[in-house]
Design a protein around this ligand. Sequence first.
Ligand SMILES: Nc1ncnc2c1ncn2[C@@H]1O[C@H](COP(=O)(O)OP(=O)(O)OP(=O)(O)O)[C@@H](O)[C@H]1O
Length: 795
Amino acid sequence: MSRGTEEILHEQRYLDLLYTRLDTLRAHAAGQLSGVLQASGGTQQARTERDGLAAGGAGRLAQLDAAEEGLCFGRLDLAEGERRYVGRIGILDENGDFDPLLLDWRAPAARPFYVATSAAPQGVRRRRSIRTRFRTVVGIDDDVLDLDVAADGDASGLVGEGALLAALTAGRTGRMRDVVETIQAEQDHAIRSELRGVLVVQGGPGTGKTAVALHRAAYLLYTYRERLAKRGVLIVGPNPTFLRYVSHVLPALGETSAVLSTVGEMFPGVRASRADAPEVAEIKGRAAMAELIAGAVRARQRVPEDVLEVVYEGVKYRLDRETCEAARELGRKASRLPNLGRKAFAEHIIDTLAGQVVDRLNDDPHRQETLAMVNLIAEELGEDPAEMADGVFLGRADRDQVAASLVDEPSVQEALDWLWPQLTPQRMLAELFATPELLREAVDEVGAVGEVGEASAEGAPLLTDAEIDLLIRTPGGWSAADIPLLDEAAELLGDSDTAEAAARAEAERRARIAYAQGALEVAEGSRSIDLEDPREEIVTAVDLVSAEMLAERFEEVDGRSVAERAMADRTWTFGHVIVDEAQELSPMAWRLLMRRCPARSMTLVGDVAQTGDPAGAASWDTTLAPHVGDRWRLAELTVNYRTPSEIMALAAEVLERIDPGLKPPRSVRSSGEEPWRVSVPASSLAEKVAELALREDAELAAGDTGRMAVLVPAERLAEVAAAVSARLPEAGYGSDPDLERRTVVLPVRQAKGLEFDTVLVVDPAAIVTAQHGENDLYVALTRATQRLGIIDVEG
Ligand SMILES: Nc1ncnc2c1ncn2[C@@H]1O[C@H](COP(=O)(O)OP(=O)(O)OP(=O)(O)O)[C@@H](O)[C@H]1O
């Protein structure tokens, strides 16, 4: 038997042991779960607790199931003779002395597997990658980190090179895979960076930024579970197609508790389904929109030029400007948030009107004579004349009664609504974007309070007339760029719903504390009162927990998962926020995300050379300055794992045009295949693309693996998609295409973050004419893992 075979047999025996343990753990978890699920009855509290246990049990089982594929993938032989196996989860030797049989890849003791090099071996003598298929070992690759033993060592700088290259050249499936077996050292540094503060991971295309973002989420949830489990981790991606593409990675790593979302999904109750023209989205994304919305909110608290008339029981009453101004002042003093301050404002208006009504009713031309008569009678009867006069004329109590009936009066409601409407964010924005006058009033209002300057050029209006025209639209539906604006409006208006919900939550919290207090008193009462009792020294629950702490524990027993609670609550704040393709976010989207993470514990991954969104980032400095100043740290990724060097050479020319100062990432491999290029007449472009797509599709079909994307300028999408699907009816395209189809047709922006074995780039000259067009072309060229074809239009 050769030494290699012997080693494989050895690893197989160890793997068998691990799978036996995994099966036992699974059976145990399944048994516990079915026990919980079969239990019934009990109090509401007991049921809710059972729901919590069932969710926890199902989570544990899912974690164990996810570990089945590639359970163990590495071994470290340390200089002192210790041996560690590294895998997807940690498994202890429960039959022995609880030594780890398998180390979770996230555990500190597993780290050398990813970062040890010959130059810095970290006590590692040998690193072994163990390749498995189902439960069978199919190969092993050893790196000997002993300069004396292996001269070639890590000349490539790659860790576990064999396994890495095997992963990189495998055909794509339309779903992203985890890379836990082959994480590289520079990626590992970013993944394991501390939880606190803002970490920016900058790297060119294919450097594993998305992989880092997702593995970092898994790492943080493992390492800081106590802190993060309650508030959750949010992962933000650029569009639903991308989120679907990456959605299998975390479950495959055994994590189901992170929330994946686009910014367009972050306003509960609103689905962004409307499309904005790029120039409109750009305006809506500007930081100045925050001022505009603040101005729009203020401008909705009006006062009349002169008077506002209100009709009550057929009689006209007048609200003059001073009264309205006084009411507005009271409302603004009562709360910074108009929806909460409105009550004080409305009370003043109603009370003033009630006063006018009462005065009118008391307005008796013979009042003096009547009063004299009342005085006389009071004297005669020995009664208090003032009290008696109150009984004859209308007084305070009557005024309150009038006020109560005024509240329901349509004409009064109309006046209040004109002066200071109760606005939902939706109503406010829908009206603002439907009414040029409201937009102009908002712009004027900002100018009036002198806020212009920071966000717009000195003295220039916040929006030009042409920009106002662009924003005007018919009501109905929301776009992704509207979501941060709705969120901003909700913040500024103080949605009364939230205020009421907060009040309700506070009342519930107090009830829980009272209950907990009671529980503690019972515990305290059962303690011995004999001061001499030696048991006095015994620490009990009463000493360890306060009523508030106990109440908080009850609060944790909420049947819904953190993800469900977070997505239903606009004011939810997350324990950590990870943003992928972060360069695409507009300043308004950043404001929304920063509100979701006041602790500023964030990971932002992206590449400023790939910015396609007209409202997106040109530099991390300027993007982050308004939120964290210069308090952020940078991790750079420099190696491209996706794009072969032949294709990267072509992309590097485009990068040079974007910014000669930027360096393309270094490709780890070459494919041996040069990109090809053809020119076709404009009139037959779609037909020719379809023909070439058919050829490439057949090639992939013959190899029985791989995916292809036809990337087109947005304006050519309909025509090319129609021609391609006429020849390849299975081809996917549309707003949320199925990436698991062998061939898809996409506009470049939709391909952000994705990758395909074969890519056809159609009409690059047209792609570059869009705003950030060179960046788009750079993105398009770097999507390919194997083959690239470029189809130019002649002339
Ligand atoms: N350490 C690794 N081991 C194996 N494969 C890796 C590794 N790092 C990255 N990859 C693979 O390289 C490809 C590119 O990774 P990823 O999509 O994360 O890059 P990116 O930096 O987000 O790219 P882009 O900015 O172009 O969207 C993916 O197929 C990913 O699985």
